[in-house]
Design a protein. Structure first.
Length: 309
């Protein structure tokens, strides 16, 4: 078996794009990458030009997953926040077991348990168990909310209204966040480590900031009037669905907003803290929210954001 890593979601989508980051970082290290993508396009062409082996497939097509896993030694599994996680997990677990994969890095939500606050988090926990039962050397990165997704949420309204419209309670609500790039560095560290403890879980938070901090960061970086408008869960759900967000993601986020409001209303939010895993395994200090927004400032200030958010 080769030392090639199968990287799922390698082309990058509308969420954190960790698959794309992981593929890039592995290729920079000279590690063989088999990029699992939905279609051939300019994104897959770019990966091919960097040296990746491109495989077109579908998470929910067990035959294409099986073919993609043949001959690889490790897998990075990152399924988007949409329906189908159980089927995708079963297909990947079967393929990994059939082909003798010895390491699988599984990206899940920060809270992964049977009593986690959102349906997706509870599904993630079941996904973890399936990979462990399959005996394919899984480790689990439990990542909190991506900076990218906060930017996407804000970008839907900011260019037109200068408003951050979310159902997050008052401006003191605390948000545990992380850059997808930092999550990806951890994944690469785990994929290339000499040895790992199968079944280990790595909860990761890059920073903990308040809604007020988010507002002030956007105002400072974009140098424009920016304010927060608290809206109801029903308002947010309706606006998100109207913008084309899938129902699975909307249900997950609606439950997440409630849990963050509740945590900040009690002492529970005190358990959120930045993780040293980012530096010890990922090899770099976590990116701050302001650093991220400065990198994305021109994009966020553009009206075009409304079309892609």
């Amino acid at each position: 078996m080769s030392n090639t890593v199968l990287v799922t979601s390698a082309a990058g989508g509308m969420q954190g794009r960790t698959g794309r980051h992981v593929a890039d970082m592995l290729l920079e290290r000279g590690v063989g990458v088999r990029a699992f993508v939905r279609q051939r396009d300019e994104r897959s062409d770019r990966l091919k030009s960097l040296g990746a082996d491109i495989v077109v497939g579908d998470f929910l097509d067990a035959r294409s997953v099986d073919a993609a896993a043949q001959g690889v030694s490790s897998i990075y599994f990152a399924y988007p926040v949409q329906d189908g996680l159980a089927d995708a997990t079963a297909a990947m677990a079967l393929a990994a077991r059939r082909h003798g994969v010895s390491r699988l890095v599984n990206l899940v939500m920060y809270q992964s348990s049977l009593d986690a606050p959102t349906p997706r988090m509870r599904q993630n926990y079941l996904s973890e168990q399936v990979f462990e039962w399959a005996g394919v050397g899984p480790v689990h990165i439990r990542a909190t909310v991506f900076y990218e997704n906060v930017a996407r949420l804000v970008g839907a309204n900011l260019p037109a209204k200068g408003a951050i419209r979310l159902p997050l309670g008052d401006q003191n609500t605390l948000l545990p966040l992380i850059a997808a790039e930092d999550v990806s560095r951890i994944a690469v560290g785990l994929l290339t480590a000499p040895a790992l403890e199968a079944g280990a879980a790595y909860p990761v938070i890059g920073s903990v900031i308040s809604v007020r901090d988010v507002v002030e960061t956007f105002a400072r970086v974009l140098q424009r009037d920016t304010h927060y408008e608290e809206i109801t869960d029903e308002q947010w759900r309706g606006e998100a669905l109207a913008r084309g967000w899938n129902a699975h993601a909307v249900e997950h986020l609606s439950s997440l907003w409630k849990s963050l409001r509740a945590a900040s209303a009690t002492a529970e939010a005190a358990r959120f803290s930045a993780s040293d895993t980012i530096e010890t395994i990922g090899g770099a200090k976590p990116k701050t929210f302001e650093q991220f927004i400065r990198e994305r400032g021109a994009e966020l200030a553009s009206p075009a954001v409304r079309a892609t958010a």
